[in-house]
Write a protein that binds this ligand. Sequence first.
Ligand SMILES: *[C@@H]1O[C@H](CO)[C@@H](O)[C@H](O)[C@H]1NC(C)=O
Ligand SMILES: *[C@@H]1O[C@H](CO)[C@@H](O)[C@H](O)[C@H]1NC(C)=O
Ligand SMILES: *[C@@H]1O[C@H](CO)[C@@H](O)[C@H](O)[C@H]1NC(C)=O
Ligand SMILES: *[C@@H]1O[C@H](CO)[C@@H](O)[C@H](O)[C@H]1NC(C)=O
Ligand SMILES: *[C@@H]1O[C@H](CO)[C@@H](O)[C@H](O)[C@H]1NC(C)=O
Ligand SMILES: *[C@@H]1O[C@H](CO)[C@@H](O)[C@H](O)[C@H]1NC(C)=O
Ligand SMILES: *[C@@H]1O[C@H](CO)[C@@H](O)[C@H](O)[C@H]1NC(C)=O
Ligand SMILES: *[C@@H]1O[C@H](CO)[C@@H](O)[C@H](O)[C@H]1NC(C)=O
Ligand SMILES: *[C@@H]1O[C@H](CO)[C@@H](O)[C@H](O)[C@H]1NC(C)=O
Length: 646
Amino acid sequence: MKSKVKLYGFLLFIILLSLNLIQYFWLDGTSHHFRRDRRDQSITPVDTNVSVDACAKIHQGYLGKNNSDIYYVDYYDLETCFKTFKFNATQANKTINTIKGILENFYPFLDQDKEPPQPGFTFQSIDIISKLEELLNTQYSTDFQFITDLTSLLFQPKDGHLFFFSNCYNQIFTFDQGLSLYSIIKPDGKQTIKIFNDVIDSSLIDCEVVTIDSRPAMEVLTEFANDKTFSSKDLGVRFNSLLSSLSLENNNIRVSSLTQQFTKRRILPEKPSISYGLTCNGSSSTIERSWKIISNFYDNFTDSNSYWNSFCAATTTPSLLDPFNDFGDYSKTYDNMISKAQMVFNGTSSRFYMQNQTGIALISTFESTVNDQEQMKQILQGFNKLNEMGAKKIVFDLTDNGGGFISVAEFVNILLFPDTNPSFPSDAKVTDLSKLAIQTATTGQISGSIFETQQYASFSTLQVFNTSQDFIGNNVYTRGNTQVSYTNKFIRIGYREIFRQILGNNPPKYPWTSKDMIILTNGICGSSCAMIAQHLAELQGVATIAVGGFAETPLSFASFAGGQAFNSYVLFGSLIEIGLLDNPLSPQPFDIFVTLAFPILEIYSVKNDQEVLEFTYRKADHRLFYDEKSIRDPSLLWEQASSLLN
Ligand SMILES: *[C@@H]1O[C@H](CO)[C@@H](O)[C@H](O)[C@H]1NC(C)=O
Ligand SMILES: *[C@@H]1O[C@H](CO)[C@@H](O)[C@H](O)[C@H]1NC(C)=O
Ligand SMILES: *[C@@H]1O[C@H](CO)[C@@H](O)[C@H](O)[C@H]1NC(C)=O
Ligand SMILES: *[C@@H]1O[C@H](CO)[C@@H](O)[C@H](O)[C@H]1NC(C)=O
Ligand SMILES: *[C@@H]1O[C@H](CO)[C@@H](O)[C@H](O)[C@H]1NC(C)=O
Ligand SMILES: *[C@@H]1O[C@H](CO)[C@@H](O)[C@H](O)[C@H]1NC(C)=O
Ligand SMILES: *[C@@H]1O[C@H](CO)[C@@H](O)[C@H](O)[C@H]1NC(C)=O
Ligand SMILES: *[C@@H]1O[C@H](CO)[C@@H](O)[C@H](O)[C@H]1NC(C)=O
Ligand SMILES: *[C@@H]1O[C@H](CO)[C@@H](O)[C@H](O)[C@H]1NC(C)=O
């Protein structure tokens, strides 16, 4: 896979602790429960009746290309290659059993997912377990169709932490239209779609996209946001995720990898091309764009057998699968498009600007190249700098922030509001297996295990939980007409010590109050980003602005608060670590190369302890919309945000 393990926002099960677990899991040769020798499972489920091996054809095409050319795969060859692998009912049953075992034991939202959405949210309630069982009763002929249905089933709760991705079908090839889109509101109030970038024909930039495949563009995109995306329970936020927008990523202002989901994909599109009806400079035209399909792994297979063995069969060196579009043009940055602000601090995961007397804090809580403490130090320096420069107001730009370290989120909360409890109350599901895991890790004092209780303190008393029974408690709630048990509500204690180390004895005292601050996002502010935005908004009364979405429809300022991201690899590593993988209660590792990402904790509102934040609709106080300039120059939005503070 990727030589560097890229840890993108949504995969962020990312507290250092978990990183340690992964290392343990990957490097410890003794975790033989999970080790499988590839030779043991060389049965490749290839349909021998297929006359031409389409996977081999792709490899041959690649070998035949001229050296300097990029090799683009033919859509139908790839579709045929994927469909070469026959459905295996035994294997499908195992895959479903693993997913069920993980979700039933550890996914806190399994029952609440059955409840209808709060007004403002758009998703269909779902009983995941019974839908999974229904899949097993479906007659599939190809593995591809089965896996595709499974992926889309798990998108249905529209939780950015919850997704199922296949290495075989979602990581080896990428699909690119060569153009990307944005949306504006025209002077007559009508919303329209425009072309943001086009690497094939730059004269089309800023043309209006009136139709897509002969239907109104807005209608097609709304439908796609409904059916094919999962990053928020708010449809307007999902709509934003289809289009382009800028954020701080990898040290630069660039088009966020969480966006452009309509025009850059990792799931085989339904057909080989898309047509766009355009209006450019007053005249109409139609263009047809084929998907550009490429791979970094042409050398790693020669035919369908080797394709299956390299990419689809279970592996001892799993990598984290990336569900987003981050295969685009890394080199294109927008740093010098910032026309109306002066950069005063350039951190790796945060940037600070001055715009007249307003300080701008651009925070990307996730950064794979620096650890959480380094991020905290940089954020501290950035705010100190704004203070030195005499900033009277603060605009937080948290656009396209898919989350990261929870510790960094809490640090931001406590840095600006030192008298606050920076955490949200968390809890975890209590089941026979999770209880056993908590008891085993706690008794065995497995520090570093997510299940060990002495790293947690009660949210209300701040007393450390010394015994697993203290931690587990006796809390039964009704969710989706089902009685479900959860642990006592807790916070993590380790972070407090880190904050003390970084802030020292004289924590800074800034002059800003909540009235001087405003949060700007496009709703794609998830996970630990949501923990900053929700905390500042709920507990401090900081105003919020959401940009984009649908005209005349309110928009959330944050999404998928979840609790903490986790995934199947890390979970199996944790179960191995405490010796429970062989327990009959434990789900078993996948037989195929897939990841199930899921939240393992949930968080609640502080003010209303009945409200699970994942399911709580909170619209922004103010709305802004992009225009042809501000879509490429966030400082124009900062200016508008700042003026709302007067
Ligand atoms: C692909 O092949 C290259 C070169 O042999 C190797 O380094 C890399 O690990 C392979 N990748 C995968 C996903 O098999
Ligand atoms: C191949 O096709 C024949 C005739 O269509 C069918 O009887 C046979 O079961 C197929 N074989 C496999 C392995 O699918
Ligand atoms: C490779 O380049 C040569 C010379 O430019 C051209 O004639 C030939 O068609 C090219 N082959 C392929 C497979 O593109
Ligand atoms: C189906 O999958 C099972 C479990 O992975 C495997 O043991 C079996 O050999 C497979 N069957 C075929 C026909 O490939
Ligand atoms: C599927 O797996 C379950 C649990 O292991 C087992 O009881 C059942 O018999 C399996 N069904 C099929 C069709 O293999
Ligand atoms: C539209 O007009 C702009 C500015 O004059 C020009 O750069 C662009 O190429 C034109 N696009 C088309 C498709 O005519
Ligand atoms: C700064 O303030 C001046 C005067 O108040 C105003 O004209 C100018 O547009 C402002 N500049 C920015 C970058 O906001
Ligand atoms: C900020 O720092 C990064 C890494 O040091 C660098 O790549 C980037 O160009 C800098 N950006 C600006 C605007 O100075
Ligand atoms: C756990 O032990 C610590 C240290 O002895 C103590 O301060 C704390 O109150 C205990 N927690 C509870 C919930 O009793």
